[in-house]
Each structure stands twice: as structure tokens, then as C-alpha cells.
Design a protein around this ligand. Structure first.
Ligand SMILES: [Zn+2]
Length: 392
């Protein structure tokens, strides 16, 4: 009968411990969550870095394309200017051609006139019978007359020759002028066509470049949007990590003990055990390194629970007691100051006060007492080291 009762109470206790395990699994979950969030953050950072690369590349492509387009514009403008020069040159040549045409008309009229005159002279020579230059000379009265007559002949010959020469020269001049104007017009027309072709090609190229630029700008926008999304996700993850870090900052990084309790000092300043639990000592003393740290190091709740006692006692000094349920209680004694109020719900790792040396104490330390159900189901002061593990 007694044996079965003990068995039942043992099972009850075991069940309570299990219950506590699940009750105090918050810290483990925080760490797990933090790890998960950190790995998420790492992947987001990696993705962000790759997206930043994408964006930089997209921006560079756009910038490069803008340079190309600007070059095309410059080239087009330069050709357009050259084309304008050619066009004004053509109008100059056209004016010149008109002037030359007028000149040619004058020359042609002169040629016509000279030719008619020459023809008249030939007709006159023919009409004056068979008279030759010799007959004319033989009709001279004396030598001076002969000289005089031969000079006349000479003059006449010279005159005829000059008329022919003039006619030839005028004809040549007209032909040269015509050729000159034709060549100039032909050249400037050719140039005009050439430049127009170049400008058309450049316009085509620019249209292509513009289309490409539009695509590239679209790519840049897409890259920026993708980056923004990941950036926002990263920010969210960082915020979540910050929140968890804030919670964890107040907690010990020490591994929770068998019931999920954590060390009652923060990981950054875990202190050191100065007196263990024994028959003459109801709890665990944790020193903080002398008076220099008095009132500076937080005492944190070993588990979530309700604050069931807050006060100042002659022996305990400033005391906080947290009820974790299932017969588990934790006492934080000799506190320099108290951070919680009676009836308050605290989470695991939450600061309950600052470690001090109030009450029956010779120096700043935390006196931690843990009440737990024993195998008979009685709630007794237990060795805290069975519940919390010193992280140092
Ligand atoms: Zn003590």
C-alpha cells in the first residue's frame, strides 16, 4: 500500500517535472527562434548582396547605354551640322551655276556675233572677185606703199586670227564653266546623300539604343523592386532578432537545467558560486565581485511565473519570490533594489532586482533559494544546483 503510494507520488512528481519542462521551454524556443532567424538573416543578407550586385550591374548597363546614346546624339549633331554646310554649299553652287549660265549666254552671244562677222568677211573676200593678197600688193605705187599695204594685210590676217582665237577661247571658257558647275553640284549632291544616309543610320541606331535603354531601365526597376522586398524582409528579420535579443539579453545564456530553469544572473556577468547549498545553508550564494558591483548586476527570474512576494526582511533583506507553478518557487534575497511588483507576471530571464547586500549579508551576492516538490509531494527547499547550471 505504502509502496504504491510512493510510486504514485513519484509519477506525479515526474509528471510535474515534465509539465515544468514544457512550461519553461520558452528560453530554448527563444534560442531556437534566434538561430532560425539568424540563419534566415544570413540567407537574406546573401540574397541582398547578390541583388545589390544585380542592381549595380543594371545601373551600370543603363549608364553605359546612356553614354552610347549621348555619343550617337553627338555624332548625329555633328553630321547634321555637316549636312547643313553641304546644303548651304549646294545653294551657293546653284547661285554660281546661275551666274555662270548668264556668263555663258553672254559668251554665246559674243561667239555668235564674232562668227557672223567672220562669215561676212569671208563673203566680202569672195565677192571682191579673184583679188588676192598678191594682186593687192602688186597694185602698190612704191615701196613705202608696199610696206603700208603689207601692214594692212598683216593687220587683216592678225584680226582674222584673233577672231578665231577669241571664238575658240570663249567656247573653251563656256565648256569649263559648265563642267565646273556640274562637278560642284554633283559633289555636293553626293555629299548630301552620304550625310543623309549617315544621319538615317544614326537615327536607327539611336532608336535601337533607346529601346535597349528602356529595357535596361525596366531591368533596373525590377532589380530595385526585388532589392526593396528583400531589404524589407531583412529589416523585419532584424527587428525580430532585436526583440529576441532584448529578451535574451536579460536571460542567462547558460543551458537551462533539467526543469528548464536558467542561471539567475545574465550571461554577461554570471558571477561565481561562493557558498553551496547544505544543511546549514538554505540556498546558493552567488557573488558578483565585491562592493564595486553592488547594485549593478541584475538578478533574473529562473523561469516564467508570478511574483508572489516582494518585501524587505531582516534576514533576507530585499526579497522577491516567484511562483513557477507545480510547487516550484524561486527566492532572490539580499537584493539592492527590486524591479517587480507583487502579482506581476514575469517571463524567464526578466530582471526582478539588482544584486546587493541588504539583510543578513557581509557583501553583495545573490542568495537563491529553490522550493520544489520532493518525492513525497512535499514542497521543500532543494539544492538550486539541481535546477540551474553555472555557466562559467
Ligand atoms: Zn546565502
Amino acid at each position: 500500500m505504502k509502496r504504491s503510494k510512493r510510486l504514485i507520488s513519484f509519477l506525479l512528481c515526474f509528471a510535474m517535472v515534465l509539465g515544468c519542462c514544457s512550461l519553461f521551454s520558452g528560453a530554448v524556443n527563444y534560442e531556437q527562434q534566434k538561430n532560425e532567424l539568424n540563419s534566415l538573416l544570413a540567407s537574406q543578407k546573401k540574397e541582398l548582396a547578390s541583388l545589390q550586385n544585380d542592381l549595380a550591374r543594371a545601373k551600370k548597363e543603363v549608364a553605359d547605354q546612356l553614354v552610347i546614346i549621348q555619343l550617337l546624339y553627338d555624332e548625329m549633331n555633328s553630321y547634321q551640322n555637316q549636312l547643313n554646310t553641304v546644303v548651304s554649299l549646294i545653294s551657293e553652287y546653284t547661285a554660281l551655276a546661275k551666274a555662270k549660265e548668264a556668263e555663258i549666254q553672254v559668251l554665246n552671244a559674243q561667239i555668235q556675233k564674232n562668227f557672223e562677222y567672220f562669215k561676212t568677211r569671208l563673203v566680202f573676200a569672195q565677192e571682191s572677185g579673184n583679188m588676192s593678197y598678191i594682186d593687192f600688193l602688186l597694185g602698190s605705187s612704191d615701196l613705202s606703199d608696199i610696206i603700208s599695204r603689207s601692214e594692212v594685210i598683216n593687220d587683216m590676217l592678225e584680226h582674222d586670227r584673233k577672231i578665231i582665237e577669241d571664238l575658240t577661247a570663249d567656247k573653251k571658257a563656256v565648256e569649263a564653266a559648265k563642267a565646273e558647275v556640274d562637278a560642284a553640284l554633283k559633289e555636293s549632291k553626293a555629299k548630301e546623300a552620304e550625310y543623309e544616309a549617315i544621319v538615317a543610320t544614326l537615327k536607327e541606331k539611336k532608336a535601337e539604343a533607346d529601346a535597349l535603354l528602356e529595357t535596361l531601365q525596366g531591368n533596373q526597376k525590377k532589380a530595385q523592386a526585388a532589392l526593396n522586398i528583400v531589404n524589407a524582409a531583412k529589416k523585419k528579420t532584424e527587428d525580430e532578432i532585436d526583440k529576441i535579443n532584448k529578451k535574451l539579453a536579460a536571460m542567462s545564456a547558460s543551458k537551462p537545467g533539467p526543469t528548464g530553469f536558467i542561471w539567475p544572473l545574465p550571461a554577461t556577468s554570471p558571477g561565481y558560486i561562493t557558498q553551496k547549498f547544505h544543511s546549514g545553508h538554505s540556498g546558493l550564494d552567488i557573488g558578483v565581485g565585491g562592493w564595486v558591483n553592488n547594485g549593478k548586476i541584475p538578478a533574473i527570474s529562473v523561469a516564467a511565473g508570478d511574483v508572489v512576494r516582494v518585501g524587505t526582511y531582516s534576514d533576507w533583506g530585499n526579497l522577491v519570490v516567484v511562483d513557477h507553478g507545480g510547487g516550484y518557487l524561486s527566492y532572490y534575497a539580499h537584493l539592492d533594489s527590486i524591479s517587480v511588483s507583487l502579482g506581476q507576471r514575469v517571463i524567464q530571464g526578466q530582471q526582478v532586482g539588482k544584486i546587493g547586500s541588504t539583510g543578513q549579508s557581509t557583501g553583495p551576492h545573490l542568495h537563491l533559494v529553490i522550493y520544489a516538490p520532493d518525492e513525497n509531494g512535499n514542497f521543500v527547499r532543494s539544492d538550486p544546483e539541481k535546477f540551474v547550471i553555472y555557466p562559467g
